[in-house]
Design a protein around this ligand. Structure first.
Ligand SMILES: *[C@@H]1O[C@H](CO)[C@@H](O)[C@H](O)[C@H]1NC(C)=O
Ligand SMILES: *[C@@H]1O[C@H](CO)[C@@H](O)[C@H](O)[C@H]1NC(C)=O
Ligand SMILES: *[C@@H]1O[C@H](CO)[C@@H](O)[C@H](O)[C@H]1NC(C)=O
Ligand SMILES: *[C@@H]1O[C@H](CO)[C@@H](O)[C@H](O)[C@H]1NC(C)=O
Ligand SMILES: *[C@@H]1O[C@H](CO)[C@@H](O)[C@H](O)[C@H]1NC(C)=O
Ligand SMILES: *[C@@H]1O[C@H](CO)[C@@H](O)[C@H](O)[C@H]1NC(C)=O
Ligand SMILES: *[C@@H]1O[C@H](CO)[C@@H](O)[C@H](O)[C@H]1NC(C)=O
Ligand SMILES: *[C@@H]1O[C@H](CO)[C@@H](O)[C@H](O)[C@H]1NC(C)=O
Length: 431
């Protein structure tokens, strides 16, 4: 934080009348701004504005309305309202109940509403309350059991105890986790974690956001746990439930010990992680991580090499450079082909594998042919070739399969980039 912002922040605190003890509600006519906080009645969660400033723009700070763990010394948002729509500028926005009964964030500089709970409120008498489990609810002031909107229905990257991940079959609402862009910016990042149900076979999948490319599955719910996570049984941290009825299908859990401070998070790394707050260490300690880092789709970006036991695990292939040094530092890795030199392009097998993933095999065709080729056949040939150089022997097709693929009798899928080759190429280049 640069000095001017610290000074401004101080000014704000000085100007806010010390009217309110820590409260857990915002009612019509009240506003939350600057360093105001809602604190849940058990003291575990707080809601308020926080700001971030990135290295590339020291003095431009972004303001977000979020809920964080109130009892830990590291500010850790468990939910962010406007991650994709920050309010920029020195002045804190305010959160208030608008005339239509919704909770809104108002940019005080422009007087515009930049975020709203957008609930279908028929009565304009509502209030927002931060519950003990970290759920922010918009409720009917005269009847608190009428919940018009709740943050648990719109999770960001964290699944809190008591929240449901999954689908409401009646409304179509799908609650899923989306990773953050990087460790500073809470905007939507690259990965999603959601419950899917394929004809009664329910499982969580990790996927590249908004694409059908999934890179990990929890395994099917077998009535006791998800098949690929046997660790779920025999642990003493949480009690969990999977519910599937006519109205909804979801997974939820509760903490066995209410003094535990824990979060289940879809990390920027594309991995799901459980962190426990360890008071002695004053830090979050991961106790569960799935899947392995190099198994995450596109973890290192194109033209990089992933090696699980190296630090850092991602390195650019020779001839490529970091596209956005800032993002790289913040935990997202990306390298760009625009920076590629001929060196790297000359390692043809890898180039082919990457072009196939990019859906751009056509660009490899000899230009002297002037496009006079059957692109489908070209792509099929490339695919088969790449399957034949897979790391795992069992992934490689037999000769008779190759013939069937090439004849077009059997569909051939897009092959993954052979990791071993990529590692070898990377090492050879870096010597
Ligand atoms: C930061 O503030 C300084 C001085 O006010 C200004 O010259 C500079 O352009 C600002 N930088 C950004 C990124 O806003
Ligand atoms: C709520 O609605 C009533 C009747 O529609 C209206 O008279 C009143 O001003 C509204 N209150 C607020 C706070 O908007
Ligand atoms: C409050 O709302 C609940 C759920 O809609 C309803 O069952 C209950 O009767 C309401 N209570 C009052 C006092 O109106
Ligand atoms: C709010 O609660 C009051 C009292 O129970 C009820 O009369 C009114 O219809 C409720 N409004 C909504 C939108 O649920
Ligand atoms: C869905 O499951 C039912 C019962 O297990 C089975 O009879 C049916 O063939 C399945 N449908 C598909 C499309 O797999
Ligand atoms: C993903 O889909 C959501 C909802 O359709 C959309 O709002 C968002 O912009 C998409 N994100 C990306 C990265 O495409
Ligand atoms: C934990 O649960 C016990 C028993 O239900 C209760 O007395 C205590 O206040 C709870 N502590 C917290 C921090 O919620
Ligand atoms: C990575 O770079 C590509 C362009 O090469 C860009 O489209 C993409 O948004 C970048 N991803 C991230 C997370 O910055």
């Amino acid at each position: 934080m640069s000095l001017p912002i610290v000074v401004l922040a101080l000014l704000f605190t000085l100007h806010i009348p010390a009217c309110c003890k820590a409260t857990d509600t915002i009612s019509a006519g009240q506003a939350l701004a600057g360093n105001d906080r809602l604190v849940s009645s058990n003291g575990k969660f707080a809601l308020g504005f926080f700001q971030t400033s990135s290295k590339s723009s020291h003095n431009a700070s972004n303001w977000y309305l979020g809920i964080w763990f109130n009892q830990v010394s590291k500010r850790t948002p468990a939910w962010v309202a406007n991650g994709d729509e920050p309010v920029t500028g020195p002045t804190s926005p305010k959160a208030t109940i608008s005339g239509d009964g919704n909770l809104v964030i108002v940019d005080q500089a422009t007087k515009s509403i930049i975020w709203s709970t957008q609930a279908d409120v028929t009565a304009n008498i509502t209030m927002a309350k931060l519950l003990d489990n970290g759920n922010l609810v918009l409720q009917n002031t005269s009847n608190s059991s009428v919940v018009l909107w709740q943050s648990f229905d719109y999770p960001t990257n964290t699944h809190l105890a008591g929240a449901k991940l999954g689908r409401n079959k009646v409304t179509g609402l799908n609650r899923r986790l989306v990773s953050r862009k990087n460790s500073v910016d809470p905007a939507s990042g690259m990965y999603s974690y959601e419950l899917t149900d394929n004809n009664g076979s329910a499982r969580f999948i990790l996927a590249a956001l908004n694409s059908s490319i999934s890179y990990w599955s929890s395994g099917e719910w077998n009535g006791h746990y998800f098949g690929s996570i046997p660790e779920m049984t025999g642990q003493r941290l949480i009690d969990f439930t999977f519910v599937n009825n006519d109205e909804e299908e979801y997974f939820t859990y509760t903490l066995l010990d209410n003094t535990t401070i824990m979060r289940f998070t879809l990390d920027i790394s594309g991995q799901t992680k459980i962190f426990l707050w360890v008071e002695n260490a004053q830090d979050w300690v991961p106790t569960y991580t799935n899947p392995k880092q190099c198994d995450v789709y596109g973890v290192c970006g194109a033209f990089t090499v992933c090696e699980e036991n190296k630090h850092p695990i991602c390195n650019c292939m020779k001839g490529f450079s970091v596209r956005s040094p800032n993002d790289w530092e913040l935990g997202r890795r990306n390298s760009s082909k625009e920076f590629a030199t001929r060196d790297a392009y000359e390692y043809f097998p890898l180039l082919v594998a990457h072009k196939l993933l990019d859906g751009d095999a056509g660009s490899l065709v000899d230009q002297n042919l002037h496009g006079d080729v059957h692109l489908e056949q070209v792509e099929r040939g490339f695919r088969v070739a790449c399957w034949c150089i897979q790391d795992n022997e069992l992934d490689r097709p037999t000769m008779s399969e190759v013939v069937q693929y090439l004849e077009g009798f059997v569909e051939v899928g897009i092959p993954p980039v052979p990791r071993l080759l990529q590692a070898i190429a990377g090492n050879a280049y870096s010597k």
